[in-house]
Design a protein around this ligand. Structure first.
Ligand code: TYD
Length: 204
């Protein structure tokens, strides 16, 4: 069982992945909760570079660092966990790269899709929760959590393109990507929906 959480800045994905982890563990499953970038020792270093508060990074260099993070993460953490029958919950994965590097940065779709495939060794999530949020709301939430990182400092146009790309991805693959439109619902209500989709999908 490989589940990913996706969405623009401040969408609440880490809260929901943590709550889902607890739910699945209470059912007796062994859960590995992880994130990108930063799910391995190498990834922690790459994350620090990628989110550094100042200094531009060339966008192809940036994409390459995300792929380096992903290859290390899939090979070292995700694949071994899935092979040993564990459930993996990951904050951000392939769809983040599509939304941010294609949608946000404007890098070529075929290049990013090809590299996504290579860097993930063909591993695909069974289920993805996309928590939508308008950029002005999400960025405000993110701001309350501390100093803005390199992505949070991007302009509104960038974040709007990221959000639109996410919505297009969900429209293309509704079977895998479960879209939660922004409704400002209480956390427990959203989490109840997430749990029922997981139960339905995995039959327990
Ligand atoms: P995130 O882990 O969501 O940070 P926070 O802890 O502040 O919520 O942020 C990681 C950032 O990296 C986020 O802005 C999206 C970006 N990102 C990409 O641009 N491409 C990718 O492939 C991934 C995984 C993340």
């Amino acid at each position: 069982m490989f589940i990913t959480f996706e969405g623009p800045e401040g969408c609440g994905k880490s809260t929901h992945s943590q709550l889902l982890k607890t739910y699945l563990e209470n059912k007796g499953l062994v859960v590995v909760q992880t994130r990108e970038p930063g799910g391995t020792p190498l990834g922690v270093k790459l994350r620090a570079i990628l989110l550094e508060k100042s200094g531009p990074i060339d966008q192809l260099a940036e994409a390459s660092l995300f792929f380096a993070d992903r290859a290390e993460h899939v090979a070292g953490v995700i694949l071994p966990a899935l092979k040993s029958g564990k459930c993996v919950i990951c904050d951000r994965f392939l769809d983040s790269t599509l939304a941010y590097q294609i949608g946000g940065r404007g890098l070529p779709e075929d290049l990013i899709r090809f590299m996504n495939m290579e860097a993930s060794f063909g591993v695909r999530p069974d289920l993805t929760f996309l928590l939508d949020i308008p950029p002005e709301v999400g960025l405000e939430r993110a701001k309350n959590k501390g100093a803005a990182d390199r992505f949070e400092r991007e302009g509104m146009a960038f974040h709007t393109r990221v959000r639109e790309k996410y919505l297009a991805l969900a429209a293309d693959d509704p079977e895998r990507i479960k879209l939660f439109p922004f409704e400002n619902l209480p956390i427990d209500l959203v989490q109840t929906k997430i749990r029922s989709i997981v139960d339905e999908k995995f039959g327990n």
